[in-house]
Design a protein around this ligand. Structure first.
Ligand code: ATP
Length: 549
């Protein structure tokens, strides 16, 4: 088809009659878009009306085009149409007059007489018509007869609009199938047509609507983003507020509260729920007024002065570490002394590592190693806290305290050196060895007395490459057991100076067992206590920060 792509439907103004084949709109479409007969050429008037040209310059205004019926509804232009009637002749065009509104038997003709009424003063149209068959009450005073026009189609004589029907080209069938005709591109004469799908005009309205939709969606997205942004900001602000509140609350509760002994009794429900017994006192479960659970340690009969205790509490309250139970309060009431700690719900490690004979251990080797490292870091932190200022030393000692089995020899007797942070290293070493052995180091229930003291047994078996711990399942577990044993044995060296610092202990625990050297025999010195003590005494005094007595 000839340029069918560019033969889009055209119109003179918005909502004007759509122009397409067999018509074509001058200046807006190419002539090949219409049927090659000048009658089908339409044009636009200055005031955007669609004009239909009949032979001999008769111009009509196109009201509608009914493509499916092949009819065109025309009306007279504003100019005086009677004059045009003089020259109207449809015979040479493919159009037939059709007036099914007024004269069903279309084709009825009128003899029209035109009168010149210019003297009346209607300058726009000084012509008046009278049909011969219809004696309309036309005021003809001051009019003079001008001309008779015989055989004027009735519809043209009077009504404002009339229909014309075209018979060529014949596209009724194609239109019925919602298609449109176009010229066949074979140059045949007379021109032949073919049916095709009408290209949908890109209506300004729909493109405007599409633009509107896009704009609206864009705005909507902007609004949603804006709202989301505001929401996020509000949320963040709220979260920050909550964080600040929590921080302030924590800060407030960081300061240990002072309780009277009556308070302590109320908190512990009259010392009802005993959690355990330590070397310093008995521990009871309690509940503060805000439903926070605590562990209250009622200290054994307190002999020191009140000031010393309060100073110690002050130091302890500055200790904050994930692996150290936090002090939340204290009691210094008469001779009663108590320390209130945050409650740790997992009970004592003791319960997990000293399972009854035959019991399977709940904690695996990886967990044991993790716990050991956690404890080591907690002690290391405490040592740092103590060492940063000698004046603020957190703990002072007036007597050997602690649980037997963990107490370093120098704590029991000053013959073996001064009490220092290395005494804690010793206690930690004993704990490590108990964790490996899964039983108390000094276990009176063991039947074979040669295995009573586990650390010594473990030391003797290190060389033989035997498995130290029980419950070993695989290679990596055996490595952990070996590592914990070696570190434990380093920690329980008889002389404090031989023991590593907690910092080194952490490095050892974090490293591999292979990189550790076997420690000297910690038990060799025990047999020759006096001799060895004098041998080691000097360096101990030089190196270690002595804990004040
Ligand atoms: N904060 C706590 N939360 C829960 N239970 C606790 C808490 N503190 C202590 N306990 C329980 O009380 C027991 C005794 O604790 P305590 O600290 O008095 O002694 P210890 O650390 O076992 O020995 P030592 O007196 O030699 O330091 C613990 O074994 C544990 O079961």
């Amino acid at each position: 088809a000839v340029g069918s792509e560019i033969c889009k439907v055209a119109e003179c103004k918005r909502h004007g009659p759509p122009v397409r084949f067999p018509f074509w709109l001058q200046h807006r479409q190419s002539n090949h878009c219409g049927y090659p007969d000048s009658s089908f050429q339409l044009s636009c008037s200055e005031n955007k009306q669609t004009l239909f040209h009949l032979p001999r310059s008769v111009k009509m205004v196109v009201q509608s085009i009914y493509y499916q019926k092949q009819e065109i509804l025309l009306s007279h232009p504003d100019t005086c149409h009677y004059i045009q009637l003089l020259s109207l002749n449809l015979s040479a065009s493919p159009f037939l007059f059709l007036d099914d509104i007024y004269t069903p038997d279309s084709g009825e003709m009128e003899n029209l007489t035109l009168f010149n009424c210019s003297s009346v003063g209607d300058h726009a149209c000084p012509i008046t018509a009278r049909a011969s068959n219809y004696k309309y009450n036309v005021n003809l005073i001051n009019c003079s007869k001008w001309v008779d026009i015989p055989g004027v189609p009735f519809g043209l004589a009077f009504p404002d609009s009339f229909n014309l029907r075209w018979s060529k080209p014949m596209c009724i069938e194609c239109e019925a199938q919602r298609g449109s005709c176009r010229l066949k591109n074979n140059g045949s004469t007379p021109s032949q047509t073919e049916c095709y799908d009408i290209p949908k005009p890109k209506s300004k309205r729909s493109s405007k609507a599409a633009a509107g939709v896009i704009l609206a969606s864009f705005l909507l997205v902007l609004i949603v983003i804006g709202l989301y942004y505001v929401y996020q900001r509000q949320k963040k602000k709220k979260e920050n507020q909550v964080k600040i509140e929590k921080f302030l609350q924590d800060y407030r509760s960081l300061k240990p509260s002072r309780y009277s002994f009556a308070d302590i009794k109320r908190i512990t429900n009259d010392l009802k729920d005993k959690l355990g017994q330590g070397g310093y006192g008995t521990v009871f479960k309690g509940r503060l007024s805000n439903d926070v659970l605590v562990a209250v340690k009622i200290l054994n009969v307190f002999k020191g002065n009140g000031e010393e205790f309060v100073n110690e509490v002050g130091s302890m309250s500055r200790i904050h570490h994930v692996n150290v139970a936090r002090l939340v309060g204290f009691c210094a009431d008469g001779y009663n002394r108590a320390l209130v700690y945050e409650y740790l719900p997992n009970e004592s490690l003791e319960k997990f590592i000293f399972a009854a004979k035959g019991d399977t251990h709940v904690l695996g080797w990886d967990k044991l190693q993790e716990i050991a490292l956690g404890i080591a870091k907690g002690i290391e932190y405490l040592h740092q806290a103590k060492l940063c200022s000698k004046e603020q030393s957190a703990v002072s000692m007036t007597a050997a305290r602690g649980t037997m089995g963990y107490i370093a020899p120098e704590v029991l007797s000053r013959n073996f050196g001064n009490v220092s942070y290395k005494s804690d290293v010793y206690s930690f070493g004993m704990l490590l060895l108990e964790m490996v052995g899964g039983r108390k180091n000094i276990d009176v229930t063991v039947e074979n007395m040669s295995q009573v003291y586990f650390p010594e047994w473990a030391y003797n078996h290190l060389d033989n490459g035997e498995e130290i711990g029980l419950r070993i399942e695989n290679e990596s577990h055996s490595e952990i057991a070996r590592k914990l044993t070696i570190v434990g044995l380093w920690c329980i060296q008889w002389y404090p100076v031989d023991r590593p610092s907690m910092k080194v202990v952490i490095q050892m625990l974090e490293g591999k067992a292979d990189s550790l050297t076997k420690p000297p025999n910690p038990f060799a010195s025990a047999d020759h206590m006096t001799m060895s003590a004098s041998k080691y005494k000097k360096p101990i005094d030089i190196e270690l920060a002595v804990i004040a007595e």
